[in-house]
Design a protein around this ligand. Structure first.
Ligand code: 13P
Ligand code: SF4
Length: 358
């Protein structure tokens, strides 16, 4: 989504935006945040830079400096169309890498070097090569929450917006879906497929080895045991307790939550799908089972909506991105994303196949 405030360079104007759009306009450091945002928006002009901001960014940053905000899929598409010389990615490393994969000649900056992702760290390129050896000819669908070298070993990427469509687009009886265990189970449920996790079976003592055991050959989907540190924490009891206190609340869960949580929720979808759902329905209140900043970000443009807060689970990686770091690193032209050209080419094929699916 386009953010008009991102063109403002006056601290007073940005202070007004923050007062209008934030949940707590009495926060004492709003002036300081408005000043930082004004400096960043000025620097962007001088550098011919564009800022892409994920829906999980902290509210003051989200409302003031990204020229565009969105889900991973929307930001990948925007990155592919970007005309600016520099793309600053206010999100996590795998997202900035995707921007570089589709824009090798642009400077892509990630404002905090440490902004990783537990899913991206759960699998390596060597793991994918081993899977290919073990299941020859089976297409590999890789969640976009992975690093470029893992994407390069894959056939096609997906995001939480298009995972089921990507799996269904493949002309194959069997699909490998990595690395998110819960997203894979939710996609299997949605597409009516059964799924097997070889790592779980091997832990129970069955033999592994290079060749796939006979029972793997019957499974429609082969999964991996990666998890999101935020979404794996939500439990069905959280939903039940919230409904006891707020019987008319509508519960939305990201598909990185467990299948039991997704089943109990009223709606499940990508970050942007949850935003659309809230904007286009009229419930008493909403509870989002996802990174907590998003609830406040939605209220910025929908002040009449009542969002219940459940903020005990934060994404430590998304929260690395601050206004201070963005200003400093845009000024110093760091941290630049670099990807080996052969890896980039391989990853580009997997990302472009996904983007073609729509
Ligand atoms: P979306 O693709 O739904 O924006 O989510 C990305 C993510 O990291 C969720 O944890
Ligand atoms: Fe990764 Fe989870 Fe953070 Fe999303 S919320 S960036 S999946 S750790």
């Amino acid at each position: 989504m386009k953010n008009d405030a991102a063109t403002l360079t006056s601290p007073d104007a940005l202070y007004e935006v923050l007062q209008e759009r934030l949940d707590d306009p009495h926060e004492v450091d709003l002036r300081r945040k408005a000043n930082l945002a004004a400096e960043i928006n000025q620097l962007k002009k001088e550098r011919n830079a564009v800022i892409l901001g994920h829906n999980y960014m902290e509210p003051a940053l989200f409302q003031t400096i990204p020229d565009y905000t969105g889900s991973s899929l929307e930001l990948s598409r925007l990155a592919a169309e970007a005309e600016a010389d520099t793309i600053v990615f206010c999100g996590v490393r795998f997202m900035a890498e995707t921007a570089k994969i589709v824009n090798p000649n642009k400077t892509v900056l990630l404002p905090a070097e440490e902004a990783g992702c537990s899913l991206a760290e759960s699998i390596t390129a060597e793991d994918v090569r081993q899977l290919r050896k073990r299941y020859p000819g089976v297409p590999i669908v890789t969640y976009v929450n992975t690093y470029a070298d893992v994407k390069a070993e894959s056939d096609i990427c997906c995001t939480s917006s298009n995972a089921a469509a990507v799996v269904e687009s493949l002309d194959s009886d069997q699909v490998i879906f990595i690395p998110d265990e819960f997203l894979a189970q939710n996609v299997a449920q949605e597409t009516g497929k059964d799924i097997l996790f070889p790592q779980k079976r091997e832990r129970k003592g069955a033999t592994g080895g290079d060749g796939a055991p006979a029972e793997d050959l019957d499974a429609d989907m082969i999964g991996w045991e990666g998890r999101c540190v935020v979404h794996e924490m939500f439990q069905v009891d959280d939903i039940k307790q919230a409904r006891e206190e707020h019987p008319d609340t509508v519960v939305l869960a990201h598909p990185e939550c467990s299948p039991e949580v997704v089943e109990e929720a009223d709606h499940s979808g990508s970050t942007s799908s949850m935003i659309d759902y809230v904007e286009n329905t009229d419930a008493e209140s909403y509870l989002l089972l996802t990174e907590c900043s998003m609830g406040e970000n939605i209220m910025g443009s929908n002040p009449e909506k009542d969002m219940l807060k459940m903020c005990w689970q934060r994404c430590p990686h998304m929260n690395e991105i601050t206004l201070q770091d963005t200003r400093r690193n845009l000024a110093n032209n760091q941290y630049q994303i670099e990807i080996d050209e052969e890896v980039r080419q391989g990853a580009l094929e997997a990302v472009e196949r996904m983007l073609e699916i729509g």
